[in-house]
Design a protein around this ligand. Structure first.
Ligand code: C2E
Ligand code: MG
Ligand code: MG
Length: 765
């Protein structure tokens, strides 16, 4: 390409061609002219022709000679031929002398051309002045003047032609130079294009093999128009199952499916409409319909002119990441056993519900459900059954509420239902919530079969609505919890609607809990004794009853603080303390000569402590009190749960001499078969049956049947709560029960009892 635009090469080529033509033409012309010259006897002409021809042949042939030498030789031939012809033919041949300067400018350059022109001009002048050639000019006689005129004419014309040719050659040279520059830049561009091409091939090979999915879509500006895919890489084909030819021309929307978030899609379309890049996490579907999560970035691609022509979409499969994030989320917000929302998620939803209500939204309600006696199932049947029961309860709870409501498990046997959108009318919303609570009770009461065993649960449900202004989600849950405790206290398997008074009670309970925790250390607790008498009305024993006088002087009844102590676990240290107090009291009584056996109330919580027997053994050993001097009063509730273990433990204690009494007998659950199985010494008829004796027919009937049953079993009976002489008289009969009540002795400090005993040494009343 380069040589094409090189003037020197052009000159060489033209010169070479010219030489061929000149040689050919020379041969053709020289043969007849030489023959004619020879025939005319003009041998110098013939010789010159031959010489010139030979010389031209040599120039044509000797291509190894430098170009300039060859050209100069050629010019020399022309010059000499011109001079020869001037001499031989005359002035007309001066036209031959025109050739050297003209060809010099073409083949060599302007300077050489001027030299040739001047040489030719000088030669013509010299030939004219020397008289070798007749340079005749019409009207001019003078030979010198004619020669000058002819020479000048020659120089003028020669110069005009030479300069014209020179200018042409110069122009051509310039054009060639430009062409050469252009060609060079073209060559450079081509090389760059090659490079780019190679880069492009490399990039597209890399894109094709990339692990990320890559799509390129043509940008179509029309609103709502789909952007047809024009390229998809291998990773895309692999992940989606679409072949390239199947996806080309399609819209990316073919990848969406039923679970693809429409809001997210709308956001992407919005960005597309505005030619803006967009990032998104989206659920897409493979050709086979399998969902997968993709993290994608869609970037507009503009042409060099700035026009937006394509979309480049790069997507990464994040299904695994999403799944593990979802699993982590599930672990954090859902209960593992039932799969229901846990406390954390419930708290979030509660806060949302309350916030919505505080902002004027519709009412909702919270149902706090606690299963009654779930612990019994768990203890008796094992945790696997307990878990299955909890799962079944969860499923049933979900089945009675609407999809938008929440059923959560707080832990243990506590569930919470969050009812949404109950309208604005408070009575109607309350009514609806209570109705759902009753539906829940009904579904809990339905029989379920677990491991071939029939189970029926009951529950206590507290209902609360966000009615108080400024209430928090936590407050609302607490209100429902408080109401649930009311439902439990009211006999279980029921529904209680939260009332503000309950909160005060709960508040009070909390205060009591706190105060009770320090009551023992603060020496606010004391043990009183209540004497029991036999049929002869002589003291046969005494029951120890705990008393709590708070630092502010207020006496808290055991009916209030004992359940609190039980629910908080404080009953364990309190019960231990009571046991030691009983031993101390017995020793004091013994010292005073009244070694009466003492009855100690033992809570089920205390009794079930794994080290209870050891504790008792230690107390007896430390105090030296014989076990036979203590009667443990237990309630029927204890005997209901985990009977085998209870009986085993009772036997362990009887080994220490301890005797057992069933307190408040008749108020518990009526299965009497257990009575036979356990080492019982005594039954205490509950004071509620004595209260209306002998006037109430039902009461007396129960008392009589308990007495008959005890006699049958060979168990001693103590009738509690004897307040009147009528009651005492009614129960006074041979083989009648021992008695305990205000009629004989009010519970009093040991000192008072000692005084009573020593004062009378006879019947207590
Ligand atoms: P309980 O074991 O059935 O005790 C008998 C209750 O009847 C005592 O109530 C006693 O003061 C009361 N009482 C006795 N005679 C009469 C009477 O003629 N009329 C009436 N209306 N009541 C009479 P208290 O002392 O208030 O104790 C209540 C309950 O608290 C006890 O019932 C017992 O279950 C529990 N408790 C008391 N002290 C202890 C204790 O040290 N440990 C445990 N675990 N529970 C205790
Ligand atoms: Mg008692
Ligand atoms: Mg009692």
């Amino acid at each position: 390409m380069k040589q094409f635009y090189d003037l020197a090469r052009w000159r060489a080529r033209i010169f070479s061609k010219l030489m061929s033509i000149v040689l050919l033409a020379g041969v053709v012309a020289a043969i007849p002219s030489t023959l004619m010259a020879l025939a005319d006897g003009m041998w110098p002409i013939a010789a010159m022709d031959v010489l010139a021809l030979a010389w031209i042949f040599a120039i044509w042939r000797l291509k190894r000679l430098p170009y300039a030498v060859r050209v100069l030789n050629f010019l020399a031939v022309l010059y000499l031929v011109g001079v020869g012809l001037m001499l031989g033919v005359g002035a007309v041949s001066q036209i031959y002398l025109m050739a050297p300067p003209v060809l010099a400018v073409v083949f060599l350059g302007t300077r050489q051309a001027i030299a040739a022109l001047l040489l030719s001009g000088a030669t013509i002048l010299a030939l004219g002045l020397g008289g070798y050639t007749q340079l005749f000019v019409e009207g001019l006689d003078h030979g010198v003047l004619s020669s000058l005129v002819v020479t000048l004419n020659y120089l003028c014309v020669g110069a005009a032609i030479t300069i014209t040719c020179g200018t042409l050659v110069k122009g051509l040279s310039q054009t060639l130079g430009e062409m050469q520059g252009f060609a060079a830049s073209l060559e450079h561009k081509q090389a760059r294009l090659h490079e780019l091409n190679a880069e492009l091939r490399l990039t597209s090979a890399a894109v094709a093999r990339l692990n990320d999915m890559v799509l390129i879509a043509r940008a179509v500006d029309a609103p709502g128009a789909h952007q047809p895919i024009i390229f998809a890489n291998e990773a895309f084909e692999r992940r989606t199952g679409y072949r390239r030819d199947e996806i080309i021309g399609q819209s990316m929307r073919v990848l969406h499916g039923p679970e693809t978030d429409p809001d997210e899609v709308a956001r992407i379309l919005w960005a597309v409409a505005r030619n803006e890049p967009v990032k998104s996490e989206l659920l897409n579907y493979t050709k086979g319909g399998d969902p997968y999560w993709v993290e994608m970035e869609m970037v507009p691609f503009a042409s060099e002119g700035g026009r937006h022509t394509h979309w480049v979409v790069v997507g990464r499969d994040i299904t695994e990441r999403r799944n593990s994030a979802r699993a982590i989320h599930h672990l954090a917000f859902y209960d593992v056993l039932t799969g229901l929302p846990n406390r954390r998620l419930l708290t979030e939803r509660l806060d949302t519900l309350v916030a919505a209500r505080n902002a004027g939204g519709p009412l909702g309600a919270v149902l706090f459900i606690d299963l009654d006696n779930f612990k019994t199932v768990n203890d008796a049947r094992g945790h696997a059954t307990g878990d299955a029961l909890l799962r079944s309860v969860g499923e049933r709870l979900v089945s009675v509420v609407r999809a938008r409501d929440t059923v959560a498990r707080l832990g243990g046997d506590e569930f919470v239902i969050l009812l949404q959108d109950l309208g604005d009318d408070v009575p109607a919303a309350t009514d609806a919530a209570v109705k759902v609570a009753h539906k829940v009770l009904a579904t809990l009461g339905a029989e379920v079969v677990i491991d071939d065993q029939l189970y029926r649960s009951t529950g206590s449900i507290g209902v609360a609505l966000p009615l108080r202004p400024g209430l928090s989600g936590h407050d609302l849950l607490r209100e429902a919890d408080v109401a649930m405790y009311q439902a439990k206290a009211a006999g279980r398997n029921g529904v209680a609607l939260f009332e503000c008074t309950m909160l005060a009670e709960a508040e009070q309970k909390l205060t009591l809990e706190r105060d009770l925790a320090v009551a023992l250390d603060n020496r606010e607790l004391a043990m009183h004794l209540q004497l029991q008498v036999g049929q002869d009305q002589r003291p046969i024993g005494a029951e120890l009853l705990m008393r709590w006088r708070r630092s502010d002087g207020i006496l808290v009844p055991p009916e209030v603080f004992i359940p609190i102590a039980e629910s908080t676990g404080l009953i364990v240290p309190l019960g231990n303390w009571a046991l030691r107090q009983a031993c101390e009291a017995w020793l004091r009584l013994q010292q005073a000569g009244h070694a009466l056996p003492l009855s100690v109330n033992v809570s089920p919580v205390q009794f079930r402590q794994p080290d209870f027997v050891d504790q008792v053994r230690a107390v007896l050993r430390d105090s030296g009190v014989p076990g036979a001097q203590l009667i443990f009063e237990v309630t029927e509730g204890l005997l209901m749960e985990d009977l085998d273990q209870t009986i085993a433990r009772m036997h362990e204690l009887t080994q220490l001499g301890i005797r057992f009494s069933v307190d408040d007998f008749g108020t518990g659950y009526s299965n009497l078969a257990y009575l036979r199985k356990m080492p019982l010494y005594e039954l205490k008829i509950d004071k509620s049956f004595i209260r209306d004796t002998p006037n109430d027919v039902n009461g007396t009937a129960i008392v009589q049947s308990i007495l008959a049953m005890a006699e049958h079993l060979g168990i001693r009976v103590v009738a509690e709560g004897i307040e009147t002489i009528e009651q005492a008289k009614y129960l006074s009969a041979p083989g009648g029960p021992c008695m305990q009540g205000f009629l004989f002795s009010r519970p009093a400090p040991l000192e008072d009892i000692l005084a009573t005993l020593s004062g009378t040494d006879s019947p207590a009343a």
